[in-house]
Design a protein around this ligand. Structure first.
Ligand SMILES: Nc1ncnc2c1ncn2[C@@H]1O[C@H](COP(=O)(O)OP(=O)(O)OP(=O)(O)O)[C@@H](O)[C@H]1O
Ligand SMILES: [Mg+2]
Length: 500
């Protein structure tokens, strides 16, 4: 079969690509799924007029400068580019992966794109870019598996048409949202009402709002409660690794919604505040990355590689990053091995995976030598064998550097093959227990009427996600989207087989 990463033809029995070392995944049955998504549609005002009679080079340069910040912001907020239609860009938030707050991500992304357009115009008064942008939230049918990469639409549904219609009627350089997006985000985004939009092909006029800015003092996250002991332990372990130059492996284990990601966010903030470096790596269920997911994220973040970069551009960034870290005689090899590992498909392949693993080890050592660094491997239960093997190799080989690994996973990590093996490194495992009744109460008090608090605390059994969901369903008129998203994002995190 051919390798999904480098295209090399392997024997039908091979489990790993003998070319680049990626795990060879047999094509799974591809299907469709109904999901709640937010569609963001953006188009240039007067683009035909601009292109008319213009020098093709100028048009291309204009498009490039306009697309760059648009694509960067979409990537930053975890959106997926659905397609380009002329100068227009359609992006989907919530597919293939739901994040739990996709409507909010789409709106924040829209606001930042408008900001970027303003910056472009301020930097070059002749640029005069003006855009229309709108966001709509609703059900869509989403293709599963790799169909999207092969050119099929990721999502289909009325929500896409609605986004396009709202967009066509949007005032220039503003963010317009539809009713469901508004309902899902009104706690965290400030809005201004605008007249309903009469759209072609729609019976009733569409309610619409103008997004102004993220609401002041509001955070999408409820204030952190409890977990003081866990957070302190993690911080102490990082400090110890830094002080003693002894890499430490920390694993945080717990079921869905118990607070692994939240604890990670707080820990990352603490490391930042203490002057440490942080590199996040996540094992996303549908990532396009075949193999080594979290490690690839580390490398791409270090090199500043964007999803929108073509392989040649990505390789140039990797080479530049590595040239700053390694002596000239070593650079060429490391660049090649790292580029192979992240699957750029440019370099001459290698027979064995060992040099690729060794290159990652050298990179982690060099980066940590510049400043104590925390590398996260989040949701490791979703990783494939290649990532686990690389991680086990690193645990076996790393010595005498101020680096630390934070691994988060659901308990099913224990069933993975190969098993996680911290090797000779110091290893601390934290099992996240349910929140205490007091902490549960503190979490839910700002979210629900006082008379409901005791029953919510009782029902949720100390699971913060359940607390949030239950509190939200009490206000079912305003919040169904959030609940829906929260549930969907947790289903996304399940292996395909368990998703029925
Ligand atoms: N200690 C806490 N204080 C306040 N809110 C919390 C706390 N822990 C978790 N939450 C909130 O509960 C929700 C679920 O938590 P989180 O996403 O961290 O769970 P998780 O363990 O990562 O779940 P999954 O296995 O699905 O990734 C989030 O909205 C999070 O912000
Ligand atoms: Mg999580």
């Amino acid at each position: 079969m051919s390798c999904p990463r480098c295209g090399y033809e392997n024997s039908e029995l091979a489990r790993f690509c003998s070319n680049c070392g990626a795990e060879l995944v047999r094509t799974t049955s591809e299907g469709e799924e109904r999901k709640l998504v937010s569609a963001l549609f953006i188009d240039v005002v007067g683009s035909t007029a601009r292109a008319d009679g213009a020098d093709p080079e100028d048009v291309r340069d204009f498009l490039r400068r306009y697309h760059r910040p648009v694509l960067e912001q979409i990537k930053r907020y975890g959106g997926t580019i659905e397609k380009f239609i002329g100068d227009a860009v359609l992006a989907i938030f919530g597919a293939p992966t739901s994040h739990g707050d996709d409507a909010e991500r789409a709106v924040r992304c829209g606001l930042d794109i408008i900001e970027a357009v303003r910056d472009l115009n301020a930097a070059d008064p002749t640029f005069r870019l003006s855009v229309r942008l709108a966001i709509s939230t609703g059900e869509a049918v989403v293709t599963l598996g790799g169909a999207h990469e092969r050119g099929e639409m990721l999502a289909t549904g009325d929500v896409l048409n609605t986004a396009a219609r709202l967009q066509a009627a949007a005032p220039a350089n503003r963010v317009v949202v539809g009713a469901r997006t508004h309902a899902a985000t009104q706690r965290v985004i400030e809005y201004e009402a605008m007249p309903a939009i009469k759209a072609k092909g729609k019976g009733v006029p569409l309610d619409a709002w103008l997004a102004i800015a993220p609401a002041a003092g509001q955070s999408a996250l409820a204030p952190m409660v409890g977990r003081d002991a866990e957070l302190k332990l993690l911080r102490d372990l990082f400090e110890k690794a830094r002080r003693e130059r002894r890499p430490h492996v920390m694993t945080v284990i717990g079921p869905a919604g118990i607070g692994k990601s939240r604890l990670t966010i707080e820990f990352l903030k603490a490391v930042d505040a203490a002057g440490g470096r942080t590199m996040r790596g996540r094992c996303l269920p549908y990532s396009e990355q075949a193999g080594y997911q979290a490690s690839v994220e580390h490398i791409k973040e270090l090199a500043g590689v964007l999803e929108s970069d073509v392989p040649q551009a990505a390789r140039a960034k990797v080479a530049e990053m590595l040239a700053a870290l390694f002596p000239p005689e070593e650079v060429a090899d490391i660049v090649r091995f790292v580029s192979l590992l992240i699957g750029l498909g440019i370099d001459e392949p290698v027979e064995m995976r060992q040099p690729l693993f060794y290159a990652v080890r050298r990179l982690i050592e060099a980066v940590s030598e510049e400043g104590a660094t925390l590398f996260t491997f989040e949701d490791l239960h979703l990783s494939d064998a290649s990532q686990l093997e690389l991680l086990n190799y690193l645990c076996d080989q790393l010595r005498d550097v101020p680096a630390a690994f934070l691994i988060t996973a659901r308990p099913e990590l224990d069933e993975k093959q190969p098993a996680l093996d911290a090797g000779r490194l110091e290893h601390t495992k934290i099992v996240l227990e349910p929140l205490s009744a007091d902490d549960s109460e503190a979490l839910v008090r700002p979210l629900a009427p006082p008379e409901n608090v005791p029953s919510l605390v009782e029902m949720a059994g100390g699971n913060p996600l359940f607390l949030e969901e239950l509190a939200a369903t009490q206000d079912a008129v305003v919040l169904p989207t959030n609940v829906h998203e929260a549930i969907a994002s947790h289903i996304d995190a399940l292996p395909q087989a368990q998703r029925t």
